[in-house]
Design a binder for this molecule. Structure first.
Ligand code: HEM
Ligand code: HEM
Length: 215
């Protein structure tokens, strides 16, 4: 039997990766929507810091998580990224179920940028370096929004090119692949823990229970 005939729906993204992604979208959007209102300042801080907390979790999960969640699986050096790009331009798609090397670059950049937004937001609250922190904060937030726009466009375009709905995969965790490529454990408990920890952390920041971060 040919490999393509054996292909079926297999689990690729564990539950914590999916929870991380959609909570990050909620937190990042929440921080944007509340960024200009003084009345919603604490909500802005809470969404902003929760975005950073999610990234910190994801960094740990990138080391100890399941197969496709691990950084070693998708972070590639410049040479491999270039080879992938050249192949892509010739119409050859990335083989394998994880993130493609170019997409992974944008995703790692997004995680780093979110941490930088948080750091400059904190500097802003603490009034380090006068107006500079505020300006850096707004500038980095704008750069991140531009990268998000590219990332979302790429997700839709690659879905069309690969004939596989990548956005749906980020919800279901499933892609079309060989049975032996699947991950075995969805890690529901850790994902559930992440949802609860995110909610609790949001509550702590919004209720000023961690004044070191917000005053
Ligand atoms: C992903 C997270 C975040 C995003 C996207 C974001 C975005 C923004 C943007 C766009 C502004 C400028 C608003 C304007 O037009 O005046 C702003 C202002 C600000 N943000 Fe954030 N922010 C985030 C996280 C944080 C965090 C963690 C803090 C830390 C407490 C923070 C503190 C502030 C402060 C103090 C201001 C200045 C408000 C003012 O000068 O009126 N932000 N943020
Ligand atoms: C409607 C908005 C969004 C859509 C449709 C979307 C879609 C996706 C998809 C389909 C993937 C998996 C790509 C693949 O199969 O290789 C992904 C991964 C990722 N996205 Fe998004 N995304 C959105 C918003 C965001 C935002 C706002 C951020 C960050 C600020 C973000 C950061 C990431 C990161 C870090 C990953 C890697 C996930 C991981 O390995 O844990 N995304 N996104």
């Amino acid at each position: 039997m040919k490999a393509c005939e054996q292909k079926q729906s297999v689990l690729v993204w564990d539950f914590p990766v999916r929870v991380f992604h959609w909570l990050l979208l909620i937190s990042f959007s929440g921080a944007w929507l509340t960024s200009e209102s003084e009345a919603q300042q604490m909500i802005h801080y809470a969404f902003g810091y929760s975005s950073c907390a999610l990234v910190v979790f994801r960094i740990v999960w990138g080391v100890v998580g399941t197969r496709y969640a691990r950084f070693g699986q998708f972070i590639k050096g410049p040479r491999e990224i270039l080879t992938h790009l050249k192949a892509l331009l010739k119409g050859k798609l990335h083989q394998g179920l994880g993130h493609n090397p170019l997409g992974a670059l944008a995703m790692v950049a997004l995680m780093g940028l979110v941490l930088l937004i948080g750091l400059t937001g904190y500097g802003n609250v603490k009034e380090f370096l006068g107006d500079l922190m505020g300006e850096a904060h707004e500038f980095i937030a704008n750069v991140t929004l531009a990268v998000v726009a590219i990332h979302v466009a790429a997700a839709f375009i690659m879905s069309l090119v690969q004939k596989e709905n990548l956005v749906r995969s980020m919800f279901t965790g499933r892609k079309h692949g060989l049975p032996e490529e699947a991950i075995r454990f969805p890690q529901y408990l850790i994902g559930l823990f992440l949802i609860l920890a995110w909610g609790y952390f949001f509550y702590l920041v919004v209720s000023s229970a961690i004044p070191e971060l917000t005053q």
